[in-house]
Every structure is written in C-alpha cells, then in structure tokens.
Design a protein around this ligand. Sequence first.
Ligand SMILES: Cc1ncc(COP(=O)(O)O)c(C=O)c1O
Length: 452
Amino acid sequence: MTKPMTFTLSEDERPTSWYNIVADLPVPPPPPLHPGTHQPVGPDDLSALFPPELIAQEVSTERWIEIPEAVQEIYAQYRPAPLIRARKWEEKLGTGARIYVKYEGVSPAGSHKVNTSVPQAYYNKINGINRLTTETGAGQWGTALAYACSLFDMECEVWQVGHSFDTKPQRRTLIEVFGGKVHRSPSRMTESGKAFPEDHPGSLGIAISEAVELAAQDEGAKYALGSVLNHVLLHQTVIGQEAVLQLAKAGESGADLVIGCAGGGSNLAGLIFPFLRENLVEGKTARLVAVEPASCPTMTRGQYAYDFGDTAGLTPLMKMYTLGHDFVPSKIHAGGLRYHGMAPLVSHVVHEGLVEAVALEQDECFAAAVEFARTQGIVAAPESAHALAQARREALAAKEAGTEPVIVVGLSGYGLLELGAFDSYLKGNMSGDSLSDEDLAASLAGIPEIRV
Ligand SMILES: Cc1ncc(COP(=O)(O)O)c(C=O)c1O
C-alpha cells in the first residue's frame, strides 16, 4: 500500500478561534510606547490607523479569539493547508528524520499572508472603511491584501519596495489583477518618500512610512500591516493549530523540532506559537527555531531595544530585536526577510530563551530549495527556503547522530514568481550576503535611547 504523504483535516476540524500566546507566557511582553511621550500606547493612539477590533486584538490577553464567520468562509476556500511528509526529500538526504512540511502556498496569493489580509480587510469594512494602504516587500503581502480588498469591495493601495518593484514586474501585475494599485517606494507622493532619491532601492521601513503617512491623512482610509504586530501574528496561528492536529493524524506524538523563516515574524509565530503552547502548558519539549538571512541578522546580531517600526519614526516604539530603523539591507532575493526589526512577540520569546534563532546565507537556502523542488516538486519562495535549509542541516545532523527526530517546517509560500532569483542561483551569480561589522555598527547607532 502507498505510504500516506499528505495529511489534511475534515471541515469540522478547521480552527474556529485564533490562539493568543500572550495568555500563556510566563513573563508578559513589554508594551509598545508612544513615539513622543515614551508612555505605553493606548487604544486612542492607534485609532487613526486601525479599526477597534484589531486594536482590541493587539492588546488582548484572552487565550482564544473567535474567528468571525465571514472570515472562516474565506479561509475555507484554501484551508486547511496541507501537511506534507517530505518522504522523497528524506530519501535523498538519507536521514532517519521524519520531515513534515506545512505548505501555505495553496492560498489564493500563494503565501500565508492571506490568513491576516482577510480578517484585516473584514474588520475595516464593517467599520465603514473603504480604502486600505500598505507596504509590500516581496510582493506577497500586497497580493494578499489586494485579494482581500477585492472580496470586500475596497480600494487597496500598495507601496512596493523599489528594488522589488524593479525586479518583479509580474508580482506587480498580480497585485493589479486582484484590483490593487501599486506605487514604487520611495515615491514622490509622500514626505517620507521624498526624503530619498527617486531611484533609491527602498526598504520595508520606508514603504511603511509612506503607507502610514497617507492613511493618517485620509479619514476614509486605514493602514494594514502584513507582519510584526500582535494581531497579525494572532491571525496566523491557524497554521500551527492545523499542524498540531495534522501531525497527530500522521501518527506522531508531537514534534521534536519546528522551524520557520522570519522576516517580520508572522509565519514563524503562526506556526510555532501553538507548539510553544504545548511546551508551556503540556510540558512538551519541542525545539522551536527561527531562521533569518545573514544579510539581515536581526535576532542573531541586532539589539533587543525599543525602536521604531518604520524609517521615518511614525510608528510606536516597540521593544524588539532591531538592526536600527534606518538599516537598508542588501538586495537579497528573499525580499520578505529584509526588515530591520522583528515582531515584539517573537523577539520576546527569543529573548526569554523559549525560541532559538539562526542566520543563514542565501546560497545555502537556494541550494536547499532546489533540492526540495527536485524531490518534492514544490518551488519554495526564497523566504521559505531559509526554513528548508535549516531543516536540511537538522536532518543531516540527525543522520550523523543516528537519531530520528520529527521535524516540522513552515513552507510559507511558493516561489513561482521568483524564478529570476532561482535563475541567478542556477547560473552561479548569487553573491555572498553577510553584513559587515562596520555597516552593522553604523546602523545600530541609529537606535533611539529610551529610558523606561
Ligand atoms: C512567502 C513569505 N514567507 C515569509 C515572509 C516573511 O514575513 P513573515 O516573517 O512576517 O512571515 C514573507 C514576506 O513577505 C513571504 O512572502
């Protein structure tokens, strides 16, 4: 008989609530601070940007938050996302490790980002908002928000990081197919954008400033963020909740290791927080690993400090691992991992020693993604390739040690619109991408000194 490869869930097993890790953390995370007063921000400080339900979720300490019916209906179009046992890859690696891949590439936009774009659009719509502004790095988030806005008949305006805009015209077209409007960032439409030359490669920090600036000026518009904030991470927990159930269906008693890539931290958190709950509440001992690029080593070489989420300093100050808010990363191919900070909740659990962080060079990540494609038939997004590369390391270490761990890997999206990056790799044109000590020091010097 054929061995089972894909584990899914029945309709009634699909999660109906999001899981809030804050309820189970042994030490509460530090609050965000107002950029002017340096006092903890209150709901009023956020109301220009976000609707009340999302602000409530941002500060909630409730363990389970019900997913609205209208959102569940849309999730049902592509969820549960499959958990795939990567048997062919295991065979190629000759490892005794059992590798399970949680694949978010089946979503309409090809990544996990739809898990949060849909509820964000929904909560804005029921509050009478008809226009959302946002940034996008790799283009995945812009695509996901454009799709969600089209479902709720809303306008969607996207500032795409300049380098990504120039090199990924197809991603821009996909956003436009879903009804979004795309601007190259830095643009000439905002003061934040005009502070930089027009041909600047841009950064997520600059694009966020531009989208926030425009939303704050228009009463009928709000801003939507694709990562970093607590409510975004919360929405992503459908990933890990499903994976926990699917792993049980695969006959496993749990995971030994759960690995995800981290840009702003949302897919990682969505995958690992339900496993962290099992560690904290049920006494399980899964190792949880965040993988970041060596060129943007926020958790492995950054500081744990209060810093702005954007370049212009318009957002609240968040306690997080940061490289400094004016850090401009090298033009690596994993555009979604080029962010100077890390979600405060992810930073907190790394700082508390509950989650490990590692940094990998892009060459190794593409090598793993190509090997994975040739065995499993899925072309992973360059971001997700970071998780695959770490899983590969762990599987080979297990082979060496003669152990048989259960490894769960987050495959946050597909890379079919990133074939230019794969082309560079296959032609041997991929450059080394470590960050020099001098560049790191210069950028860390920009972190504001905050006394609390
Ligand atoms: C496929 C994919 N994975 C990962 C990321 C990184 O974001 P996050 O760390 O919020 O999951 C992105 C961001 O654009 C992405 O498109």
